[in-house]
Structures are given as C-alpha cells and as structure tokens.
Design a protein around this ligand. Structure first.
Ligand code: FAD
Length: 380
C-alpha cells in the first residue's frame, strides 16, 4: 500500500517529497490539469508573458526556513510590491504612507506633523473596536477610510465593513514615512521561472506517481493514509453544509506596450465594479522589456458558488460555527490528515503554507518513529 496526497500546491508537494525521501511510495493527485495549485504560473500562449493564473502571487516572508526551502528549488529575483490606488479619480500610493497623506490632504507634512494630524482625524471615542469600520475610524479617521477602504472592502467581501471583524484591518500598515513597500518582511522576491517550476522541481523525486486531472472522489485505491489539501467540507460531501468562500473572476485585457505602468492598481471606489487591475509583465521586471505586448486582468470578487474556485474563506460567526462541526468530525475519522489553505479553511500566504507543511513533516517523522497515529490536523 502507499500514501495518497491530494492537491499539488505547495502543501501537497512538500508532503509528497518528504514521504518519498523517507522511502515511502506516494500517489499525488490534483483535479486540475497542472501542478502548483493556486500559485500556478504559465507562459501566455499569445505573448509569452509569465501569467499568475489565479491572481498575483508575491513571495514575502521573515521565516528563514521557508525562504531557504523555496530557494533550493528555484532562483528568486528581487521584487518589491508597490501598489497604487485610484480613489475619487486620483492616483495614490499604498499602504497609506506619508506620500498618500500629503497628496490626499494637499499638505507637506513631516512624519511628526502627519502623525499629529492623523491623531486629530482618528475617532478617539472608539476604545475597543469590534468591527472593520470602527477599527479604521479609530486609526485613520473618516476621510482616508472612505477613500481607500470603504468601497474596496464592500466590493471585496460583498458586505458592509461593520459586519467584518476588526482583525482584518489590524494587519494593514499605516506609515509616517515615504516607505511604500507593501510588505515589511525580510525576504521578498519573485521566482525567475515562476512558481510552477519550483513545484516541478520539488517533485523531481522517485516513488511519487503524479496524476493530474484526477479527482480524489474518483480514486478507488486503498491507502495507508491520505494527506488532503482540498476543501475540508468537500471531503465529507458537505454533510453539514458548505463553508463560505469568496471567488474571483478575471477579465483579460490585451494591449501594446505598457498598459498601466505598475503591476497592481487597486480601484477603491464602489461604483467601479472591479477591485484591481494587475499587469503581469511587471511581476517580472527583469524580462518585461522583451515583450512589446501586454496582458492585464481586471479582478472581480463575488460569493463562491458550487462550481466556482474557492479563494478567500469568509470566516464570520456562521462559518466558524460550521467549521467547528467539521473539525470535530474530522478528529474522529482515522486515515486522513487535513492541511493547507483549503484543508484548514484559512487564508494562508505561501510562506505560512510552506512553514506549516515543513512542521507537519517534522511531526510525521516523530510520530512514525514513536509508532503513533497521524492526527487529523497538524495545527492546533
Ligand atoms: C487571489 C490570491 C492571491 C494570493 N496572493 C498571494 C501572494 O501574493 N503571496 C502569498 O504568499 N500568498 C498569496 N496567496 C496565497 C496562496 O495562494 C496560498 O498560500 C497557496 O495557494 C496555498 O497552497 P495549498 O497547497 O495549501 O493550496 P492550493 O494551492 O489551493 O492547492 C490545493 C490543490 O488541491 C486540489 N484539490 C482540491 N480538492 C481536490 C480533490 N477533491 N481532488 C483532487 N484535487 C483537489 C486543487 O485543485 C488545488 O490545486 C494568494 C491567494 C489568493 C486566493
């Protein structure tokens, strides 16, 4: 008998490689026609530009183990994510920094002046914000909130920001200097040959049969154990109901030269139906000049239907309650472990996904050497 790994994204590929290195036989399956899951990149057939098929993916981390791991399987080019935002017919820079504040309010503030000014805008009466809107108002005040977050958030989540938890905004930086690097992690970059090449190289190993275009539901073989990185609710046939997700629609735009002069521009106004436009040749600035044509994608967010690709878990009270039912049920089922963004119903960046998969490998080794049973989840 062999092991089965369901899903050939980062989570599944790392587990499959580890099992192979330990001398086990593995069947790795994915229902898609390609490897790399949601991080999949491919050359556009018409232009040759490297496309991120499921939306822009930028690698950023302070986790040295995850960074070293990906660098074993591909070369990374330096890449800093500098996002622009259109609001009220004008272009600004994100995350909100000194330039955004000075441009928006028509000022020439120093860092200290900007800090004091934003303090006068911030709603001092809100002590313990329990929703997204109150959190924003207590941090940046009404003008910046309405310009950059209100409409964008309504489009992205399809609901009023007062219905969303404050925790979403806690993660967004507010800077009183001119640093417009979207992330503040130590290591940032873009793989020279794309993410799919990294996953292919992770999987250049013996003892692993890779079957793409195959649904787990259609495999009849019996396995020692299944590592499942697909949706948790789907594994159980949605028996308690469906965990809610947002999905994305991408509308392709083709053109000559440079369409927007930046990789990502957010559209913050509610009346513009899309959330952002990404121009993919700017994700590979080292080769962008080679292409006379360009390809961009307008991104639209909506509630995920049964046939759609689940992107962002909603995780409000209703979903959390349902998740608890599935988690409790999964803990009583033998022979399967759930991992990754879909298996644990969380939004995970790639570095977190990789770090969690590597810790799962450590745990697998400990359990195998102690003769124990593999758990339903490797996270708490
Ligand atoms: C729009 C968007 C943008 C993102 N941008 C970034 C970014 O800039 N930086 C960053 O670090 N992270 C980003 N991420 C997060 C990144 O996509 C995830 O960290 C990563 O994809 C998680 O890998 P995974 O292996 O857990 O899941 P996935 O990559 O989703 O892999 C799961 C695989 O399982 C397969 N599968 C599921 N069910 C079955 C089944 N029953 N049978 C067979 N196959 C099945 C699926 O086809 C899929 O290929 C972004 C995510 C989204 C949604």
């Amino acid at each position: 008998m062999r092991f089965c790994v369901v899903g050939a994204g980062f989570s599944g590929a790392i587990i499959a490689r580890h099992l192979s290195e330990k001398g086990y036989r593995v069947l790795l399956i994915d229902e898609r026609s390609h490897l790399a899951g949601n991080c999949h990149t491919e050359r556009d057939a018409k232009t040759g530009i490297m496309l991120h098929r499921y939306g822009p993916h930028i690698f950023h981390t302070s986790n040295l183990r995850a960074w070293k791991y990906v660098n074993r399987f591909g070369d990374f080019e330096p890449y800093v994510n500098r996002v622009k935002a259109v609001s009220g017919g004008r272009v600004y820079t994100l995350p909100i920094n000194l330039l955004t504040i000075n441009q928006f309010f028509g000022k020439t503030f120093s860092p200290r002046e900007a800090y004091d000014f934003i303090r006068t805008k911030a709603d001092q009466k809100i002590f313990d914000p329990d929703n997204f809107e109150d959190q924003a108002l207590s941090m940046i005040g009404p003008e910046l909130y309405h310009a950059f977050f209100y409409g964008y958030t309504r489009k992205q989540w399809g609901m009023d920001p007062r219905e969303l938890p404050a925790s979403i905004l806690k993660r967004l930086p507010l800077r009183f200097n001119y640093d417009d690097n979207y992330f503040s992690h130590t290591y940032q970059g873009m793989p020279k040959d794309g993410y799919t090449s990294i996953i292919e190289r992770i999987l250049e190993i013996p003892n692993v049969e890779i079957r793409i275009g195959t649904r787990f539901e259609d495999v009849e073989e019996k396995f020692i154990h299944v590592f499942y990185t697909g949706p948790l609710d789907r594994y159980f046939g949605f028996k308690f109901g469906r965990l809610g997700y947002r999905t994305l629609d991408f509308e392709r735009i083709e053109g000559e030269g440079d369409y927007q002069g930046a990789a990502v521009i957010n559209y913050c106004d509610e009346q513009i139906p899309y959330t952002r436009i990404s121009e993919h040749k700017h994700f590979a600035p080292w080769e962008a000049d080679q292409f006379s044509k360009t390809v961009c994608f307008r991104e639209y967010s909506r509630l995920c239907g049964e046939e759609d690709i689940p992107y962002y878990p909603i995780r409000l009270a209703k979903e959390t309650e349902l998740l608890e039912c599935y988690v409790a049920h999964a803990r009583n089922v033998r022979g399967v472990s759930f991992l990754g963004r879909l298996g644990t119903y969380r939004y995970l960046d790639m570095d977190v996904t990789i770090a969690e998969a590597l810790s799962a490998c450590d745990r697998i080794d400990e359990i195998f050497s102690a003769g124990g049973t593999l758990p339903a989840f490797f996270i708490k």
